[in-house]
Design a protein around this ligand. Sequence first.
Ligand SMILES: Cc1cc2nc3c(=O)[nH]c(=O)nc-3n(C[C@H](O)[C@H](O)[C@H](O)COP(=O)(O)O)c2cc1C
Length: 370
Amino acid sequence: MSKNEGDHVSRRHFIRQSAALGIGISGVSIPAFGQQADEGHTREGVVMSENRRQLLTRFGLKYPIFQAAPGGEALAVAVANSGAMGAISLTWDSPEQTFELVSRMNKATKGNYYANYVLHFEPKTLDKALEAGCPVIQFSWGIPNKGVVARVREAGAKLGIQVSSKRNAEKALALDPDFLICQGLEAGGHVQATAALGATLLEVLELAHDVPVVAAGGISTGHDIRRVINAGASGAVLGTRFMATQESDAHDIYKSSLLNAGEDSTAYTICFNRDWNAAHRILRNSTFLEWEAEGCPDTGSKPREDDVVADHPIFGPAKRYETVPPMQGHEGTPEEMAMYAGQGVSMVNDLPTANDLIVRLWNEFENPQA
Ligand SMILES: Cc1cc2nc3c(=O)[nH]c(=O)nc-3n(C[C@H](O)[C@H](O)[C@H](O)COP(=O)(O)O)c2cc1C
């Protein structure tokens, strides 16, 4: 079965369009136009653009590698302390949890991490995060309004916005962000994008000028990072790849499923929509296959939809089709939960520490033969 047979949203044609164009990180290479960049070559032979330099300086980074929001505190600390950009997710945390988590992150790192808010939901704890001294706020799934941006700026925090089209890139750039994340359809997790990364990245870069753009979706290796940087991105966001690390808070069964996944293992779908009806990319697990075999019915007619598939000492019971992924501490049948994965998952074959992974990614970036 091909990947596209797992697509169940109305935007199917975008995937076909992208495939027809030969666009994709792991497939036909993106035309390199990073050559507009400025000052000489780095050791890896890729032009170090002024925007990449800005990104590294602005956030105190050694590597232009960003963790995506999931993975938990230990992973975020490990990524940041390895010289890359750590990330935490604050959308669903309470004000107290937010304040404590940000305070701990500030103590444990040099402030090279960002906090993600999914704007499909109200960013209720934003003021708490800012009060605790969160250095960088990054929004996805929506463009923040001017009031929200003013609160971020008044607190002295930096601003990142995820975009996935020319149209929302224009809106985001009007807010003068410190960086953009450009997400492509290859991404794991909830997928705001409706087109492949290669196509959207070129459009967004044309608009972004001196605002650094960090590419996300299907990126698993240093070679993938080189391709997006050669195309003009200033860095890369890796979600799925970082979930399969020692420090990530993903359940062991989720981690081993990522390691065993192949090229046709993901589906772009709305299967797990109990608490958020949005497109996402997951591994084709038993819950998905059963739902697909029944013709992808709507909520209310889904197979076994009232099952509690796992329980967690902090997060409580998880029903089938909920968006929560299997995390450490989940007891039950975690394999039946939403195991988010991007299209680069077939290149995820081991469980390194975050630091070993980052060093390897950069070695691959610098050495095309590695
Ligand atoms: C387990 C998981 C959870 C995610 N949760 C979020 C989230 O809370 N907010 C968000 O903006 N993106 C989320 N994403 C998407 C990532 O931000 C990013 O776009 C994606 O992981 C990049 O694609 P990749 O997984 O192929 O590297 C999630 C991704 C994964 C794999």
